[in-house]
Write a protein that binds this ligand. Structure first.
Ligand SMILES: Cc1cc2nc3c(=O)[nH]c(=O)nc-3n(C[C@H](O)[C@H](O)[C@H](O)COP(=O)(O)OP(=O)(O)OC[C@H]3O[C@@H](n4cnc5c(N)ncnc54)[C@H](O)[C@@H]3O)c2cc1C
Length: 420
């Protein structure tokens, strides 16, 4: 590896080598001339397939299945540095690492995702019940601990809870609720378990059509919906979630999704907003303040879902914008439309598919083709479930290997039912 403390030629630095960072750094290395130095930084060598966190607690995946070496997915010719990032000083074009290295850049791409902050809700992360009766499944450790807690659970009140938006993969808590219904059925204790889904939203999901469809699924599975639940704190003695308006929800097991923020180092840098996300133009992904800084994936403030699919679709546009600017000095012109799609596990071997963008909410219909699908939008099907499971192979085998998935980056209207 080159001596990164000295910059001789042109250099682009990518912070984070998870889903978005790996896709982008590989694209940059494969398309930039050799004289460009391409650097990737991450704090460890454990690349997690995070959609798999959903399946660990209910025993569908063994924990080890979701972890792979991130280095193995980086193309030759990338200078990879393993260290936590301490801060970025954009005014100096420098990244400071906790291992003491200071890396100067010409262009910077931020792809360090989000972190969960259970400590920001009173009685949650710092409460006596944390990882005893209050769990999360947004980290590897959380998913593994919840798996054990569920195995030990013999009945009572289970609350699946969302603290506040934005969270990454906003449908994941709903999916877990559906899978818990299956899980307890298989263990033949469903009649002893009362499941509640508590959310700060005014329905099961953010957008009207999806919210209605997903709300009926909760009904179908006898899962109680508690909308508009704005949590103030967890009362550890009473084992209750307490909302600002005084409403209380008792639990024997609480599975929460804590607040999501940007990474600590972003708060210590001059590149982020008050939530630790990097403000970018929602179409070009260029920083609104710093022309040589871009951000991608969950680390941005994009007004669409924080999801791997968004990282994937937006990276197709971002690479053109970055290369145009870096090689030809062209203003970014490729426009990302906010396209997101995600499979929603609904239990019983089925899943729904959501497909939407900044302007079009998730609608019913077929995907990717009109009438023939083969996938159903906002309708349950076995095929959608197979699609969800197959995505893992596409993730490691195509997306992380710099190969193309033949799906357009822009949302397509074909197949969508407008009368909804
Ligand atoms: C339970 C669950 C289910 C999900 N299901 C789906 C799904 O079905 N479909 C879908 O599209 N998306 C899903 N997602 C969301 C998806 O995993 C994320 O949106 C995606 O991983 C975002 O990619 P990213 O590169 O922005 O962030 P990440 O993949 O999280 O990568 C961030 C990287 O930055 C590194 N990093 C962070 N801070 C530092 C630091 N200070 N120093 C050095 N390195 C640092 C991390 O180690 C990590 O490698 C799910 C997420 C969860 C938690």
């Amino acid at each position: 590896m080159d001596d990164l403390s000295v910059k001789t030629g042109k250099r682009v630095v990518v912070l984070g080598a998870g889903s978005a960072g790996t896709m982008m750094v590989n694209k940059l290395r494969s398309r930039l001339p050799e004289e460009w130095q391409v650097v990737a930084v991450d704090r460890d060598d454990a690349h997690m397939y995070q959609p798999g966190f959903l399946f660990i607690p209910v025993g569908m995946y063994k924990p080890a299945r979701v972890v792979r070496s991130r280095k193995k997915y980086l193309l030759p010719g990338i200078d990879y540095v393993e260290s936590p990032i301490e801060k970025v000083v954009a005014a100096e074009n420098k990244v400071y690492l906790e291992n003491g290295l200071v890396i100067e850049y010409d262009y910077l791409l931020v792809a360090t995702g989000t972190q969960i902050r259970p400590d920001l809700t009173e009685g949650m992360g710092s409460g006596a019940l944390w990882f005893k009766k209050v769990f999360e499944f947004y980290t590897y450790e959380g998913a593994v601990a919840l798996r054990q807690a569920l195995q030990d659970f013999e009945g009572g009140k289970v609350v699946v809870h969302v603290t506040d938006m934005p969270i990454k993969c906003p449908v994941a808590p709903l999916e877990l609720a559906f899978l818990l219904d299956d899980y307890f059925r298989k263990r033949r204790i469903r009649h002893k378990v009362d499941i509640t889904f508590a959310t700060p939203l005014d329905g099961a999901f953010t957008k009207p059509v999806a919210s209605h469809e997903l709300g009926s699924l909760l009904d179908d599975r006898a899962i109680r919906l508690r909308p508009d639940f704005a949590i103030e704190r967890i009362d550890n003695d009473a084992q209750e979630l307490v909302a600002y308006d005084g409403v209380r929800i008792p639990f024997d097991l609480c599975i929460t999704t804590p607040l999501n923020t940007g990474q600590d180092y972003v708060f210590a840098s001059d590149i982020g907003d008050e939530s630790g996300f990097v403000p970018v133009d929602k179409h070009t992904l260029q920083s609104t303040e710093l022309p040589n800084v871009f951000a991608v994936g969950d680390a941005t403030n994009l007004p669409t879902s924080k999801a791997g699919a968004v990282a994937h679709f937006s990276s197709e546009k971002l690479i053109e914008n970055m290369l145009g600017l870096m090689l030809e000095g062209k203003e970014p012109a490729e426009r990302f439309d906010g396209h997101a799609n995600c499979f929603v596990e609904s239990g019983r071997g089925q899943a729904l598919l959501l497909d939407f963008n900044y302007d079009t909410q998730p609608l019913t219909g077929t995907y990717p083709f009109r009438r023939i699908g083969p996938m159903k939008l906002l309708g349950r099907s076995r095929f959608n479930h197979m699609g969800k499971l197959a995505f893992e192979k596409m993730y490691w085998g195509l997306l992380m290997r710099n190969k193309t998935i033949p799906l357009p980056a822009d949302m397509q209207l074909a197949g969508k039912k407008w009368e909804d």
